[in-house]
Design a protein around this ligand. Structure first.
Ligand code: CP
Ligand code: NVA
Length: 302
């Protein structure tokens, strides 16, 4: 069993992962040792940079008694064009679980198809399902995870984090509003999935989209791999910056969310991201707990 897309899992599976993550978090904070993955190994394959994903997978595996090998694509034979299928088959024969952060989702599929070892998507251009799990746990902790809660994604609604959140919030029956420029292409497959589980509105006006929101979420306007389009994207998304006016339009107790890394003064102003409604550090911390729960599930130890 792999975890390549948020839309791969059922609502029931999602809930049991979140429940286990909350339990693991509580146990970890109370100092309880859990070595359920003793003797197990994780291969972490990284084609793009990372702080949270890299650290939380390595530390999470260590906390569960297992070990991690980190392979960055630049020091691996991927850099000279070794196929993802060969890489997947070989890593899969060494370890018990693989987490890979790649540009192309089709490369991740090629890697995963070459091995029966479970493969986790640690971010591709298409999806970032581990981020979505952490976001849901954070919403739950803040009393914002319920059917009909208004979830607003502002800015780049056509890339990995927006896709993952669209899928996750739809599974929870939340009312989704995507606030983005007309030129921003929303992913049709994720949109269809979300529409079949929930309601989705697309708005080109952030202030009206943010009205009565329970959650305002944003992501960088320039994702990894889009650096050449930086100037164009900065202009395009400017009207979708989350600022105090956006938060004012939302419910009084709305929360602000961001997957990080964030660019203060670009997709979000400092007063919002560093303000009392922001949940950024909680969400980043929750990456650790949801990924531990996910690995236990994938390895049949949940
Ligand atoms: N949010 C996230 O995936 O962060 P990193 O790029 O630091 O892993
Ligand atoms: N959309 C961002 C997410 C970073 C965690 C990117 O792909 O760079």
């Amino acid at each position: 069993m792999d975890f390549l897309k948020i839309t791969d899992i059922s609502k029931e599976k999602l809930h049991s992962i979140l429940q286990l993550a909350a339990k693991l978090k509580e146990e970890h904070k109370s100092g309880k040792i859990n070595f359920s993955l003793a003797g197990k190994t994780l291969a972490l394959l990284m084609e793009k940079p990372s702080t949270r994903t890299l650290a939380s997978f390595q530390i999470g595996m260590a906390q569960l008694g297992g070990q991690t090998t980190v392979l960055s694509s630049s020091v691996s034979q991927l850099s000279r064009g070794e196929p993802f299928s060969d890489t997947g088959a070989i890593l899969g024969s060494y370890c018990d679980i693989i987490a890979a952060r790649l540009h192309k989702h089709t490369d991740l599929e090629e890697l995963a198809n070459a091995t029966s070892t479970p493969v986790i998507n640690a971010l591709t251009d298409l999806d970032h399902p581990c981020q979505a799990l952490a976001a849901l746990l954070t919403m739950k902790e803040n009393g914002k995870l319920f059917p009909g809660a208004k979830f607003v994604f502002a800015g780049d609604c056509g890339f990995n984090v927006a896709n993952a959140l669209m899928g996750a919030c739809a599974l929870e029956g939340m009312d989704i509003t995507l606030a983005c420029p007309q030129e921003c292409a929303v992913n049709k497959e994720y949109l269809k999935f979300a529409q079949s589980h929930s309601t989705v509105k697309i708005s080109h006006d952030l202030l009206s989209a943010a009205k009565d929101a329970d959650i305002i979420y944003t992501d960088t306007w320039v994702s990894m791999g889009q650096e050449e389009e930086k100037e164009k994207r900065m202009q395009l998304f400017l009207p979708f910056q989350v600022n105090s006016a956006t938060m004012h339009a939302a419910k009084k107790d709305a929360i602000f969310m961001h997957d990080l890394p964030a660019y203060r003064g670009k997709e979000v102003t400092s007063d919002v991201i560093d303000g009392p409604q922001s949940t950024i550090y909680a969400e980043a911390e929750n990456r650790l707990h949801v990924q531990k729960a996910l690995m236990l599930h994938l390895l049949g130890k949940a």
